[in-house]
Design a protein around this ligand. Structure first.
Ligand code: NAG
Ligand code: NAG
Length: 779
């Protein structure tokens, strides 16, 4: 009995503990079971497009339907909640493959609770980098490190022009007061314009203003954007926020700025957490659908927009993740130079996901498992697809029909080349691609002599999957720019000037001759932002010791200047011109009137083969598994831009003026708005002055500055309201553009300062106009 009693009391005592233990055990068991279920379903899903328990219909949701039903972010309940849950659940395993931000379903899943920023304080990487490429702590001098960028001789000794400096400073101070950037700080956005202007304050020695700007900036948190911001423009944040903070740190040495820069960079790297580690340029940072490829419509240049800042940050903090992010993009680019119609040039839109769909037939053959690096993904109709990860930038071609490609050397496209050259400079003559293990450096003969590659059958194919050298990529691309984009327009100027056109290409394969015919149409348009390519060319010519690029830079910058002079200091956003056809490159008025009469001249009859002049200018090989087709480039015969309809261009034959716009000069077929504050030409002139030492560049800058001043004075008087000054009166608010302070006035100031004040041999200027100190080396 005592035994029974003892047993009962024991049971009583132990019972509660026992229940707890059993519960815990059960809990463990079910969690484990669940885990297995999940893994099973994942494995299953390699074959069958469904997720256990949640998928309602095989295909998933149709975004178009959701939109039609009017289910937007305010009322996600209008949609079957299981579907949204299913989408989120699926997205955990399968990345979204979306063409661009406007098609992004992120908004569908947003609720008001998403405004709680603490939920986003930390970020667990979905696609962590396993082997980060590292940047050596101590660099050895690279190949080009002993080449000076600045000229050794200056015609005018390169001393400061105090009078000009005073004028520039005065203009700066006036703008600074007008803008009151410190006063405009708010909790709803990052103070991008203020950060952008910070280093200019330092360079102009506006000490008090610098301090107050610094104080204001150090109050701002950069680890997360303000909650009201939906999508973050990663390229802009890189160029202005990250660049501005880094530059402020480099110049002033204030560690708070470095801390802020790190916050911006660490946040931005979340946008790089994609299967191929290329960034989402429009980053919906609060989206619940956070497993995604970079957009299929991206600009290759914009992808590189943080390169220099990340490299510098890596050097300072000795954290490889920054360098790896920057380097990986260029590695991908170096594998993609042959993917588009024109080698080494990238069309305005590239597919950054690098994913090509695998057809159902191929899936049935099991191709998605073996041969291809297949990845099951969710497309923008929220359907499952399998795609092959090429590891490259490819052309976005969902319908699989040959499409036109458009090549432009606009501000974005230039970034790819300017960041490449400047990273070489920043690393003191070391090639950033060199630090990857499949680096390939062709020697100079290979660069210059295409026939050599053509004659060695294995040549280019063997090297196709290797990271080519920066120098090689830069040289090939700039050769193409010179051969294909540079043109001489017909103008009333005395000079024969050089400008850059954008290009349209169409290809067709001719199986009989095994040739890919690339038909190129020059648009004979000009955008002033293309002028800053002269800066990159001038820098590249020094760093890679290629004087011909220096000549090209000289021609382009001179052309830009003459055009601005012709427009009285204004820079139209775009111009459509006629190419030079006679000795003087002058406009033949009679011919022009004749051509505009019948309307045929400016129309592109694209279907007619005879309009194509098979004017072969370059032949090279395109890599392929079988016998590679030869690539033949030919200019289309047509002269003018294709979209002028008859009626667009009509001349009043009596007054010899355009009927639609009598103020537009007769030699200009079409013209965008006029601006006065663009930084591109003065940036180019600054680089040319410092690299050549030729005093003519300062003279040009004086003329331009004077014209700008007069324009500003006149338009402020309000009397001459003929032209709309777009950049000065943005939407009538009177806001000067950010680049006026961060670039235009900075370059003017440095141009007239002593030649050694922030020398190009010590500093690298980012595309946003911010300064980073060149790396030190130890031999
Ligand atoms: C950097 O600037 C902030 C804000 O003005 C200031 O509080 C801090 O002391 C500065 N740090 C250094 C190292 O100068
Ligand atoms: C204009 O200059 C280019 C070189 O920049 C040259 O190739 C072309 O022949 C020149 N045209 C005329 C008509 O002088």
């Amino acid at each position: 009995m005592s035994l029974y009693k003892a047993f009962r009391s024991l049971v009583r005592r132990v019972r509660s503990v026992l229940i707890l233990a059993v519960t815990i055990l059960l809990l463990f068991y079910y969690t484990f079971e669940n885990e297995i279920d999940m893994l099973n379903s994942f494995a299953e899903n390699e074959y069958i497009p469904s997720i256990k328990d949640v998928a309602r219909n095989e295909g998933g949701l149709d975004l178009a339907d959701i939109r039609r039903e009017g289910v937007l972010k305010d009322e996600p309940t209008g949609l079957d909640p299981t579907d949204l849950k299913a989408l989120r659940e699926k997205n955990k395993y399968f990345p979204l493959l979306i063409s661009d931000a406007s098609k992004d379903p992120s908004a569908l899943l947003e609720t008001s609770s998403d405004l709680d920023p603490t939920k986003f304080a930390s970020h667990k990487e979905r696609y962590p980098v396993l082997n980060e490429v590292s940047l050596p702590v101590i660099l050895t001098p690279g190949e080009g490190s002993d080449l000076a960028v600045q000229s050794s001789v200056f015609e005018d000794e390169g001393v400061a022009d105090e009078k000009m400096l005073r004028n520039i400073k005065e203009l700066f101070v006036n703008t600074w007061k007008q803008e009151d950037l410190v006063g405009k700080i708010s909790e709803f956005h990052w103070p991008m314009n203020l950060i952008d202007a910070l280093d200019t304050l330092y360079i102009l020695k506006e000490e008090e203003e610098f301090e107050s700007a610094l104080n204001a900036i150090s109050e701002v948190t950069f680890s997360l954007p303000p909650a009201s911001i939906e999508a973050v423009d990663i390229s802009d944040v890189g160029s202005r926020a990250l660049g501005g903070l880094m530059s402020g740190y480099e110049l002033s040495g204030n560690a708070t700025l470095l801390q802020k820069a790190k916050e911006v960079a660490d946040f931005s790297l979340r946008a790089y957490d994609t299967p191929n580690r290329l960034p989402l340029l429009n980053f919906f940072w609060k989206s619940k659908l956070d497993n995604r490829f970079p957009y299929q419509k991206a600009n290759a240049g914009a992808l590189t927009s943080m390169t220099l800042e990340l490299i510098k940050l890596s050097q300072i903090t000795q954290e490889n993740k920054y360098f790896d992010a920057a380097q990986r993009i260029y590695r991908t680019i170096s594998l993609s130079t042959n993917e588009f119609d024109l080698e080494y040039l990238f069309p305005n839109q590239v597919d950054a996901s690098g994913c090509t769909p695998i057809s159902t037939d191929q899936i049935q053959l099991g191709r998605h498992l073996s041969q291809f690096k297949g990845m099951k993904s969710i497309d923008e109709n929220l359907q499952f697809i399998h795609c092959h990860q090429t590891g490259k930038l490819i052309s976005f071609n969902p319908k699989k029909v040959k499409q036109e490609q458009h090549f432009d050397m606009d501000a974005q496209a230039q970034l790819l080349y300017s960041n490449l050259v400047k990273s070489y400079h920043l690393l003191n003559g070391n090639d950033l691609l060199k630090f990857s293990d499949n680096y390939f450096e062709p020697n100079d003969d290979d660069i210059r002599d295409d026939s050599k590659i053509k004659n060695s059958p294995s040549g280019i194919n063997k090297n196709k999957e290797k990271a080519q050298s920066s120098r090689h990529i830069f040289t090939k691309a700039m050769d193409s720019v010179r051969d294909l984009m540079a043109f001489n327009p017909a103008t009333p100027l005395k000079e024969n000037i050089t400008l850059l056109s954008s290009l349209k290409t169409r290809t067709h394969l001719s199986p009989a001759t095994n040739e890919v015919n690339v038909e190129i149409t020059r648009m004979y348009d000009m955008k002033f932002e293309r002028c800053s390519l002269a800066s990159t060319l001038a820098l590249g010519s020094k760093l890679f010791n290629m004087p011909t690029f220096g000549d090209f830079a000289n021609d382009l910058a001179t052309g830009c200047f003459h055009l601005i002079e012709e427009f009285g200091g204004f820079q139209p956003v775009e111009l459509y011109l006629d190419p030079c056809e006679n000795e003087q490159c002058n406009l033949d008025v009679e011919l022009k009137v004749e051509r505009t009469k019948n309307g045929h001249y400016y129309r592109l009859d694209s279907d007619k083969a005879e309009t194509v002049q098979q004017d072969e200018i370059k032949v090279s090989q395109q890599g392929d598994v079988t016998v590679p087709p030869r690539r033949v480039l030919a200019f289309a015969y047509k002269q003018g831009p294709s979209f002028f309809r008859s009626g667009d261009l009509e001349v009043d034959t009596r007054k010899l003026q355009w009927k639609d716009d009598p103020r537009r000069p007769l030699w200009v077929n079409k013209m965008g708005q006029l601006r006065v504050l663009s930084p591109d030409a003065v940036e180019a002139i600054f680089y040319l002055y410092r690299t050549t030492g030729d005093a003519k560049w300062r003279q040009m800058a004086r003329t331009m500055f004077q014209m700008t001043l007069e324009t500003l004075q006149n338009s402020n008087g309000g009397a001459k309201g003929v032209w709309k000054i777009n950049e000065l009166y943005d939407d009538g608010t009177g806001l000067a553009s950010s680049s006026w302070l961060s670039k235009t006035l900075k370059y003017y100031f440095l141009l007239f300062s002593d030649k050694n004040y922030y020398s190009l041999d010590d500093y690298v200027f980012t595309s946003g106009g911010h300064l980073l100190r060149k790396a030190e080396v130890k031999s």
